[in-house]
Design a protein around this ligand. Structure first.
Ligand code: SF4
Ligand code: SF4
Length: 222
C-alpha cells in the first residue's frame, strides 16, 4: 500500500488562503489502512479545522466526504455537487489522489492533508514501514526477497558496505543492515553461492529519473 502520515493542521491552515468553505475528502484505500486519510481521520481533521476557525473568529464551513478511491476518476463523480459549493478541498488521499482531484476540479485549490511516504506495509500495530521504492525493475529474485533499494540506506546491489556492524546499518544503528538480512536468508536457503557473483549495475531507466512513467496494457483496455 501507499504509506502516508498526517500533515500538521497549521500547515493545512496556512495553505487555505482566504477559503472558508471547505471539503475534507478521504479515501477508503491505503490511507485508511495506515490511518492517515480514512473516514475517521476526515472527521478528526474537520473538527480541528472548525475549532481553529472559531479560535480565529472566522468560522470555517467544513464538509466531510470519503470516496472509495481517489486515484480513479470513476470514483470522483459523486464529489461534483459538493466541490461546486466549496472554495477549497483538502485531500487526505496520497499525492496521487490529490492530483486526481485537482485535475477534475482545476478551478478549486486542493491542499494535501497528508505527506506521502512510499510503498510499504504494517509491521506492528501503529508501525508502517517502507518496503518498495517503486524502482520499476524489481531485483527481489536476486536478493532473497529483501529489497536493497529500499532497505539498504545506500541502495547497494552488492553489499554489505564496510560500515555494517553487529547486523545493524552504519547510517542508522536502529535499522538492521539489509545486506546482513539478505546474507542470513540466503544462508538459511543454502544459496550463499549466489552471493559470490557480482550483480551488474541496475538499469535505472525505468526508475523515477526518466520523468513520468506509464503502464500501458492493451489487454486491459478491452
Ligand atoms: S527492487 Fe525496486 S520494485 Fe523491487 S521491491 Fe525494491 S524498489 Fe520495489
Ligand atoms: S550498513 Fe548495510 S544497510 Fe547500511 S548502508 Fe551499509 S550495506 Fe546498506
Amino acid at each position: 500500500m501507499i504509506l502516508a502520515r498526517p500533515r500538521q493542521v497549521s500547515s493545512i491552515l496556512a495553505g487555505l488562503g482566504g477559503a472558508r468553505r471547505l471539503a475534507v475528502i478521504g479515501c477508503q484505500e491505503c490511507v485508511t489502512v495506515c490511518q492517515a486519510g480514512g473516514r475517521k481521520e476526515v472527521s478528526c481533521l474537520a473538527h480541528l479545522l472548525r475549532i481553529a476557525g472559531l479560535k480565529e473568529g472566522l468560522p470555517l464551513m467544513v464538509t466531510e466526504a470519503t470516496v472509495a478511491r481517489q486515484c480513479d476518476t470513476a470514483y470522483l463523480a459523486p464529489l461534483d455537487p459538493l466541490v461546486e459549493q466549496v472554495e477549497a478541498c483538502i485531500s487526505l488521499g496520497c499525492g496521487v489522489g490529490v492530483q486526481f482531484i485537482a485535475e477534475r476540479y482545476p478551478g478549486v485549490p486542493v491542499i494535501p492533508g497528508v505527506d506521502t511516504v512510499g510503498g510499504g506495509g504494517t509491521t506492528a500495530p501503529g508501525v508502517w514501514e517502507e518496503r518498495c521504492a517503486m524502482c520499476g525493475e524489481c531485483v527481489l529474485d536476486q536478493t532473497a526477497g529483501i529489497c536493497p533499494v529500499t532497505r539498504c540506506a545506500k541502495s547497494l546491489l552488492n553489499g554489505p558496505c564496510g560500515g555494517s556492524s553487529g547486523g545493524m546499518c552504519e547510517v542508522d544503528p536502529d535499522l538492521p543492515c539489509a545486506w546482513e538480512m539478505i546474507y542470513r536468508r540466503m544462508k538459511e536457503r543454502k544459496s550463499l553461492d549466489d552471493l559470490r557473483s557480482i550483480r551488474p549495475p541496475k538499469n535505472w531507466v525505468s526508475s523515477r529519473s526518466g520523468g513520468l512513467r506509464r503502464v500501458i496494457r492493451e489487454d486491459a483496455m478491452r
